[in-house]
Design a binder for this molecule. Sequence first.
Ligand code: UT7
Length: 325
Amino acid sequence: MTKYSRITGTGSYLPPRRVTNADLAAELAAQGVETSDQWIVERTGIRARHFAAPGVTASDLGAQAARHALEAAQVRPQDIDLIIVATSTPDMVFPSAACILQHKLGIVGCPAFDLQAVCSGFIYALAIADSMIKTGAASKALVIGSEVFSRILDFKDRTTCVLFGDGAGAVVLEASDTPGILASDLHADGSHVGILCVPGTVSGGKVLGDPLLKMDGQAVFKLAVGVLEDAARAALDKAGRTAADIDWLIPHQANIRIMQSTAKRLKLPMDKVIVTVDQHGNTSAASIPLALDAAVRSGKIARGETLMLEGVGGGFTWGAVLLDF
Ligand code: UT7
């Protein structure tokens, strides 16, 4: 039995259209919605986000990110034996974005499925791929987070539409005798469904209910800070490590203030935290693999370093994965 799974390559993809806060504020003003670069930067740390062109789907963005990860890992698409796509904005009701993406990569036969845990989706997907590799069910997995959140934003609601962006990140996770993923910790609490949701559904040929994102930002904020600390500590305990062993914290990129609070609680300086929320906004399940890939490609993160990846989001869901890179 394989002892570990290990990330052997990372990749990401951002759609080319970059929208700064000033661009967005001007677009919103034309519809009578008032916001400003200053408010967005002060409250969230976001300066810009990317929006996909009409018709571009989560599987399109995810396939590009996957190609970059495969190249980095030097793995051929046909050698992949598991595909998990974490997304809340799939191409269709069904089949899964993972099946569509599998076909775009020219892969035939391996299991492929979507995972729905909103902004914790990549953490869930990574933990599940790790388990499948450890049980021998897979040996070379593509784990992807891909989102087109711009499709579910209410551009009349300034409390949410300034926060999110589109993009995709991917890793190749392979069976390995050396670490690897050390521990993971996953949770959900469905009693908080209403604080972050897209309540609509498709029924009888119609969209029933509201198909746009609703969020009680302050409730999400308060819950997020507490659970992110708990999940990190639980993963560290399982691996017999302490927060002092973390070289890089890669949290879900939702709000710089949540990241600062989490780092403070773990007694980590901000220069050990990977921050891309300023350039990407909140890309939900894509934010962690996007941040990971940006930091790997810029040379910040080096092989052998210890990484704490953490997600939190709708559900309510949250979790952490501790790994030696
Ligand atoms: O990915 C998963 C998770 N999502 C999150 O992690 C989001 C967590 N929550 C947050 O990041 C923050 O709660 C927000 C960024 C969403 C909001 O920040 P806040 O400091 O909690 O602001 P607030 O909701 O208390 O709003 C303060 C004021 C309000 O005006 P009044 O009532 O004080 O006059 C809002 O109407 O800011 C106003 N406001 C805005 N003003 C300009 C809200 N959105 C905007 C905006 N531009 N875009």
